[in-house]
Design a binder for this molecule. Structure first.
Ligand SMILES: Nc1ncnc2c1ncn2[C@@H]1O[C@H](COP(=O)(O)OP(=O)(O)OP(=O)(O)O)[C@@H](O)[C@H]1O
Ligand SMILES: [Zn+2]
Length: 434
């Protein structure tokens, strides 16, 4: 069975490389066939036909198309926002698109990161996106850069290419400040978007005298107040909508079309399908980066500034003594022990281990739920109680609460290190590591 799978994988790799070679040849032949034509000054026959539906709009014209063709655009993050934005921008004929991301495609990305598909799982996001965008439009240059963007890498990238617009498709505050500052210092408009659960936001910073991100948020929010899609969830069409609108704003900026969303913030609520625009404060004259006497005149360490890392990977906490932790295998061997799973109820419904009791961490702050735990503990003869969660962090927080509330009971609360992720990795891969 395993060898059959391996053989099939190798065959697929071989077929893919044959396909790539044929596509390359095809595109070279088509290129020759579609050179500049005597009927159009600056566009090839193929380009005239391809873009005709946007060119014929009085607000766009051949000049608009030429502007897009001569534009260079940078997309940071090829995830929920970056994928739909890149799709429309490539289709519209932006001459040069650089894609930056450090991550690999995961199965849990596919419901919203629509450039990637099942065959791309475990591939670099930028390579996966590159292939799809070139298939949509082989006339444009797509530059995939597999990199974690920080102050030094972005400085190098920006110094090599003169970008006209930057799209922020990232998912963390440190990267947002970094992109804001690099755009202000290099006078590049920044199209910023965000999406979580059923809501999205969109605005353009640093454009036409409007505010920058720091003008509005001079101080970063405390790290624990920021929720990402991995924890809060998101419905695919929400970043889809915002990402497409980011593409629209970029096209308007590049073609000098009026009506760019600067100095305003668009709020999209997908739960009742409403769009609201709110007016933003104007540029702050005392802003640290775009103000009249800026104090930030070169890029700084943004992870330090925000007190949070520039990715959404979960940081493992370690707040218990060593003897209060155990590894996942001990709960597999444990017979009759009480195992409390402190994940939210929805996650417990999604997947769970047998013989576990769900008492969500958030409920533990409420007295009535604590009474329920007390009942379970008092009626059991066991003194060891295992506490379990998704990755082994909330279980530690729960133990701190348990020990505080049930100090009178002769119970050992034991944290299952690494939580259910560890179960999936070390015990049974068929348990979903979501
Ligand atoms: N500093 C950075 N450099 C490069 N890429 C970044 C940086 N910060 C964020 N990103 C990328 O931005 C993308 C954001 O995508 P998205 O918000 O859809 O979340 P995700 O991390 O792919 O998924 P999930 O949150 O579900 O795990 C990710 O692909 C991430 O790797
Ligand atoms: Zn500012």
């Amino acid at each position: 069975m395993t060898s059959q799978i391996e053989t099939l994988k190798l065959e697929i790799i071989d077929l893919k490389s044959q396909l790539l070679q044929k596509e390359l040849l095809l595109s070279q032949l088509q290129e020759k066939n579609e050179g500049f034509n005597k009927y159009s000054e600056s566009l090839s026959t193929g380009e005239v036909v391809r873009y005709s539906r946007q060119i014929i709009m009085p607000s766009f014209t051949v000049d608009g198309q030429k502007s897009l063709k001569n534009s260079k655009l940078l997309i940071v993050g090829v995830g929920g926002l970056g994928c739909p934005a890149a799709l429309y921008l490539a289709a519209a004929g932006i001459g040069h698109i650089t894609l930056l991301d450090y991550d690999e495609v995961e199965l849990s990305n596919l419901h919203r990161q629509i450039l990637h598909n099942e065959f791309d799982v475990r591939s670099n996001k930028v390579d996966s996106a590159f292939k799809k965008l070139k298939r949509i439009n082989r006339h444009i240059t797509v530059e995939p850069i597999n990199i974690h963007v920080n102050s030094s890498s972005i400085t190098e990238i920006i110094s090599k290419t003169k970008y006209n617009v930057v799209i922020d498709g990232s998912d963390n505050v440190a990267t947002r400040y970094l992109l804001n500052d690099v755009c202000v210092l290099n006078k590049i408009p920044l199209v910023s978007g965000s999406a979580l659960q059923m809501e999205g936001q969109l605005t353009v910073y640093n454009y036409n005298g409007g505010p920058c991100y720091r003008c509005l948020f001079p101080v970063p929010p405390p790290a624990y107040t920021v929720t990402n899609c991995g924890d809060g969830g998101v419905l695919g069409p929400i970043p889809g909508t915002i990402g497409v609108l980011q593409a629209l704003e970029a096209i308007k900026i590049l073609t000098k079309t009026p009506g760019v969303l600067c100095g305003r913030l668009l709020l999209f609520d997908g739960s009742n399908t409403t769009f609201r625009n709110i007016k933003l404060r104007p540029r702050n004259k005392s802003c640290a980066v775009c103000g009249d006497s800026p104090t930030v005149t070169s890029l700084i360490d943004y992870e330090q500034f925000c007190g949070a890392s520039a990715h959404d990977n979960v940081i493992n906490i370690d707040i218990l003594k060593t003897n209060q932790n155990t590894d996942i295998k001990s709960i597999v061997n444990a017979k009759n022990n009480i195992i409390i799973d402190v994940r939210p109820k929805i996650e417990y419904q999604m997947c769970r281990l047998p013989n576990t009791t769900n008492i969500p961490l958030n409920d533990l702050k409420k007295e009535k739920h604590l009474d329920k735990v007390k009942d379970i503990l008092e009626t059991s003869k066991e003194t060891d109680v295992f506490v379990l969660c998704r990755r082994g962090n909330d279980s530690q927080r729960a133990i701190v609460l348990f020990k505080e509330k049930f100090s009178s009971l002769p119970i050992n609360f034991i944290n299952v290190s690494g939580g259910l992720h560890s179960y999936s990795k070390h015990v049974d891969p068929s348990f979903p590591a979501y």
